[in-house]
Structures are given as C-alpha cells and as structure tokens.
Design a protein around this ligand. Structure first.
Ligand SMILES: C[S@@+](CC[C@H](N)C(=O)[O-])C[C@H]1O[C@@H](n2cnc3c(N)ncnc32)[C@H](O)[C@@H]1O
Length: 212
C-alpha cells in the first residue's frame, strides 16, 4: 500500500530540484530491480535537514548502494566538508556505492564499512550531527540506545519506513519487522530525550532531534 496518493507523489517528485545524472541512474536502477531506496522526496528532505543543522558528520545504518548517502554527501559538501559513514553488510553494494559516489565527486567525503551497522556504530567515534537508520526493521529498537549515545545534543535522527506501507495500523500484523517499528515509535515519541515527528512521505520518515 502506498501511503501517499500517486498524484501527490508525482507532484512532490516534480518539485524536487534537478538532480545529478548519476543519482537519476541510481533511481532508475532501483525502479528496475525493486531495490528499496529512499527516493527523491525523502532524499531531498534528508539533504535539507543536514543543511539546516550545518551537519558535518553523518552516520548511516543500512546504506545500500549509496543513494541516501549521496544526498547526505551533497549536504556535507555544501556545508564545507566533513565525513559520511556508509555502512552495509554486503560487499557488492559497498563497492557499487563507492563507484557511484566517486562519480558524483564525493570521494574524499565518504568512508565505507562492510559489516553489521549497529556494531559499526557502537565502535565509531562520535558525536555525529545526523544519524540515519534504514536497516532491517526488527533491529530498530536495539539500535536506538547506541544512536542516542553517538548523536550530539541537537543532532538529527532520521529513520525510514516508519509507516511501513500501512502495516503498523493492522493490529493482526505482529511480524518482527512491524513490531520493531511500533516499538521504536513508542521509544522515541514517549521520551523527553527526543522531540520527533513522523513525516508521511514515501513510507514514513521519522525526524527526531536529541534534546538531552
Ligand atoms: C533499505 S536498504 C538501504 C537503502 C538506502 N538507505 C538508500 O536509500 O539508498 C537497506 C540495506 O541495508 C542492509 N542491511 C539491513 N540490515 C543491516 C544491518 N543490520 N547492518 C548492515 N546492513 C544492513 C540491507 O541488506 C540493504 O542492503
């Protein structure tokens, strides 16, 4: 189930400013191979958030072949430079990401780790300005304490798929993924350490700021 009416998606997509041809190539690949990238509307939102808080250090959990990474890299480059950590457990995706991101001129900005993302964050040297999560959904709850520890106060946590194609509304759906998303929502929304909103674009993008 699409959360947004297709005409709204089309309208919002057309409002996203022109994109690098390589980014468009990555979008076409996702479409053709049914690979779940965040897409241009959420990508542009991620970029905008990173620009707005002058992010220089960004950590991604679950980076795929680098589409979301490219939006963050654009923001960091325009913010004067820094580093973006690309993490995925599949070596082929990591290599592919490196190729795409090099073409876009982000060679010196992006660092690559092939491995489990929560483990990689737990040993990374924080603090980060933005942490973006797009890993397997049943693992979202256990990532949260590590994210909280590594994010700076005032930094932004962005999480994809928080409306999960509407499955979160179906009380009969008790799959580990759906439960993981519900639990994560509760952990963030009922917690004075975070101020958060779920933006109903694409599959639901949670944007939270760490308050303490
Ligand atoms: C949804 S895709 C990422 C899409 C990417 N964020 C984008 O928008 O371009 C998630 C990727 O992370 C990988 N992944 C899932 N859980 C992971 C974990 N715990 N650690 C590392 N990689 C993970 C998946 O195999 C998949 O390749």
């Amino acid at each position: 189930m699409d959360i947004l009416h297709p005409s709204v998606t089309e309208y919002l997509t057309n409002l996203v400013p022109p994109r690098h041809p390589e980014l468009q190539k990555m979008e076409a690949y996702a479409e053709e191979h049914d690979f779940p990238i965040i897409g241009p509307i959420c990508g542009h939102m991620c970029y905008r958030i990173a620009r707005a808080i002058d992010a220089k250090r960004i950590f991604e959990l679950g980076s795929g072949y680098g589409y979301s990474t490219a939006w963050f890299a654009k923001a960091v480059q325009e913010n004067g430079g820094g580093d973006i950590q690309h993490v995925v457990w599949d070596n082929e995706l990591s290599t592919k990401a490196r190729e795409h991101l090099n073409v876009m001129g982000y060679k010196d900005l992006v660092r690559y780790t092939v491995g489990e993302a929560i483990q990689a964050l737990s040993v990374a040297t924080g603090p980060y300005d933005v942490i973006f999560m797009d890993i397997d959904k049943q693992d979202y709850p256990k990532a949260l304490p590590v994210i909280h520890e590594k994010l700076r106060v005032g930094g932004a946590l962005i999480i994809d798929n928080m409306l999960w194609s509407g499955r979160i509304f179906d009380q009969k759906d008790t799959t580990p993924e759906t439960k993981g998303i519900r639990e994560t929502t509760g952990m963030i929304m009922n917690n004075d350490r975070w101020v958060a909103s779920i933006i109903p674009i694409r599959d639901g993008l949670l944007v939270a700021n760490k308050m303490k």
